[in-house]
Ligand binder design. Structure first.
Ligand SMILES: [Zn+2]
Length: 280
């Protein structure tokens, strides 16, 4: 399957570079549905917009595009090449989400005081600003799991904390014992390091280019500094339970612009770009 995908890809890329008058090549790797991170391709040097927003493809034509958990309606693409405009339209498919009840959290983290609310809001702005920092690199296409462990909470669940409905869980939780290494899932640049956010505890944000950012939350240890380049597979920190957590786990967020996407689906779509492993 991977072989097929990659050979189709090289064929399309070859066509794209020779057919000067041909229509541009355009396709999406992934499903157009809530929480998805799509990897799309458009003939290099075309201008691509979706619902009026300009996308930012790599030089070879690949781009990332996130769809939020609650997004609906259509994605209308315009691909402009050599003065001609081509359009493609897709309807965002809905997904069903789990409901997850968690009791026994310290009540002050579920209903913070006004002072704490202020701190949480300021830390959210800090993270949002970090996500918008310019990342001077092209996004790698092959990402891997950042830590080993048990998936203790999936993306999208509606959370009811101590009986109170809260914002959905927009991340993947990987539970393992404190001190378990966390590695960079792909090359990137460290956008933010924080030693103790109210909810997130010790936190790292890594930019990978093409507006893709990954976040690492509740760590017990941080091994990197802001502005540092990290290589895929490099240890960036260790699993912990700092901030709001009931046990040691990595709360892993994958985002595109300010949309959080499903990390499992992101990895699945990304896997197709990973070099084919030696078969057993
Ligand atoms: Zn989590």
């Amino acid at each position: 399957m991977k072989h097929l995908f990659l050979s189709a890809l090289s064929l399309l890329t070859a066509c794209a570079s020779t057919g000067a008058t041909a229509d541009p090549v355009f396709f999406l790797n992934g499903e157009v549905r809530q929480g998805e991170m799509l990897f799309g391709f458009a003939t290099p040097e075309s201008k691509v917009t979706v619902n009026g927003d300009t996308l930012n493809p790599r030089k070879d034509g690949w781009f990332a595009l996130g769809i939020g958990r609650n997004d609906d309606g259509k994605l209308k693409f315009e691909i402009e090449k050599d003065g001609k405009i081509f359009t493609r339209s897709f309807t965002i498919q809905p997904r069903k989400w789990r409901i997850q009840r968690i009791d026994g959290l310290p009540q002050n983290t579920v209903t913070p005081t006004p002072e704490e609310e202020k701190r949480i809001a300021a830390e959210m702005v800090m993270a949002r600003d970090a996500r918008q920092k310019n990342v001077d690199m092209e996004m790698p296409l092959c990402f891997s799991m950042p830590a080993q462990g048990r998936i203790s909470s999936v993306y999208g669940s509606q959370r009811i904390l101590n009986g109170v409905p809260k914002t959905p869980h927009n991340a993947l939780d990987i539970a393992n014992k404190e001190g378990t290494p966390i590695i960079a899932p792909a090359d990137g640049i460290v956008l933010l390091v924080h030693d103790g956010m109210f909810l997130s505890g010790k936190t790292i944000l890594i930019g990978h280019g093409q507006n893709v950012v990954t976040s690492y939350i509740h760590l017990s240890q941080i091994n990197v500094k802001e502005g540092q380049n990290v290589k895929k597979g490099e240890e960036i920190g260790k699993i912990g339970m700092t901030g709001r957590a009931t046990g040691p786990h990595l709360h892993w967020v994958v985002s595109w612009k300010n949309k959080r996407v499903d990390p499992s689906v992101f990895l699945k779509n990304s896997e197709k770009f990973c070099p084919v492993q030696a078969e057993k």
